[in-house]
Structure formats: C-alpha cells, structure tokens
Design a binder for this molecule. Structure first.
Ligand code: UDP
Ligand code: MG
Length: 204
C-alpha cells in the first residue's frame, strides 16, 4: 500500500534490482537439469544454493565443518551463510542478469533471511515448483548417486531430505502461492516433456 508517488518510486527501484526466479521441488526432482536447459536456451543465469554451499565447504573455510554437518543430515544451513554466498556469486556475474536460484529458500528462516538481506538487491517475480512423487525422486537420486559423489545421495539421507522438504520447504511454497507467483510443473515426464511444460507461461 502507499501513495501513487511511493508506488512509482518502488517500481523505479525494482527496475534496478536483479530479477530472480526461485526454483523449488524435492531432492532429485530435476531442478538442476531443467535449470541447465534454461541457461542454454533462454539466457538465464543459474545459481544452485547447494552447489555454492558444497564449493564453500571444499575451501576449508571457517564454515566448512558446519556446512558439511548440515548437508550430511539433510538439515538447512543458517541463512546468513547461504545469502552471503548467493550475493557474492550474483555480484561477481553482474546484477543486471535474470537469475535462477535453485534449491533456496528451503524454510521460513531462509525466506525471512532473504527478505532481510537481499531486498535491496533483488526482486523475486516467479517461483518454479517441480512436483514429483518420493518414489520417483528416490529413483533419480539413486541413479545420480552412481556419479555424483554427494554425501547425501543415499537412501538414508534422502529420507531425511524428504522430511525436511515436507515439513519446512512446503511452507515456503505456500507463502509464494498466496502471492500467485508459483509456476507449478509436473516433473514426471522425460526431460524434454518437462521443459515444454516449464516454458509455457514462464516469465523470460
Ligand atoms: N542446503 C541448505 N540450504 C540451501 C540449499 C542447500 O542448507 O539453501 C543444503 C541442505 O542440507 C540440502 C543440501 O544442501 O539438503 C543439498 O541441496 P541441493 O539443493 O544440492 O539438493 P537437491 O535438492 O538438488 O537434490
Ligand atoms: Mg540440485
């Protein structure tokens, strides 16, 4: 709410912000695969919160152990760390791009942290949500496990990540759903089928 003047100001301010699409869905639903296609075919820039955390963990920084412990347990890393890595990556690439931020925000703490730390830098105008059954997600995770080397690509960690997704991330999706900015996609098909559905109605 506000006067015409303040509304005009905020539109003007929004024009200078990075344009962000959040990409959500359970573990192994295909977020990374579809993001890669949107980068190759549609000029998005893709940032995976999980990949940024794994890279940070590998540098032996002061946060390494904490990040590692969280990932192994399928728990969510404190938002200050994730936002710091996201902002650093965005600034390095240039804020005038269209970003896909994949696997974030995963809980309400992430959401509030983003609102607090990133509101001056970025505007979220859509949220992609890939829907897939746990049975299918587990199949894809176990297939990925053959080559990923990820500490959380196993049945035990996957179960923990499903629980985290159901109890924490779904609330974030509901929050954006109330704002009518969720683009819900059935992720059961093959890669090209899902991509075709995804492109329909997507803000480019
Ligand atoms: N993670 C986190 N915060 C994030 C993103 C990822 O704490 O914003 C951690 C969390 O422990 C999660 C793990 O990193 O289970 C793997 O996330 P990723 O997005 O890589 O998994 P995916 O959903 O792609 O299978
Ligand atoms: Mg991923």
């Amino acid at each position: 709410m506000g006067t015409a003047h303040t509304r005009q100001m905020s539109t003007k301010a929004a024009n200078n912000l990075a344009k962000v699409t959040f990409v959500l869905g359970g573990p192994g639903c295909g977020k990374g695969t579809q993001c890669q296609l949107l980068v190759e075919r549609d000029q998005f820039v893709h940032l995976s919160a999980g990949d940024l955390l794994r890279e940070e963990q590998a540098t032996d920084s002061e946060d390494s152990k904490l990040i590692n412990d969280h990932i192994k347990e399928g728990k969510i890393v404190p938002v200050e760390i994730t936002c710091r890595l996201l902002l650093k990556a965005m600034q390095k690439i240039g804020m005038n791009k269209r970003f896909l931020i994949d696997g974030f925000p995963r809980n309400e703490d992430n959401l509030f942290g983003w609102q607090k730390e990133m509101e001056d830098f970025a505007n979220v105008d859509q949220v992609i949500f890939f829907e897939l059954s746990e049975e299918d997600m587990l199949k894809r995770i176990m297939h990925r496990a053959k080559t990923s080397g990820r500490a959380d690509d196993n049945v035990e960690a996957a179960q923990k990540r499903f629980t985290t997704f159901n109890t924490e991330t779904m609330k974030v999706i509901d929050h954006f759903d109330e704002k009518n900015i969720v683009h819900k996609i059935d992720a059961t098909g093959d890669i090209e089928e899902v991509y075709t559905d995804l492109k329909e109605g997507l803000i480019l």
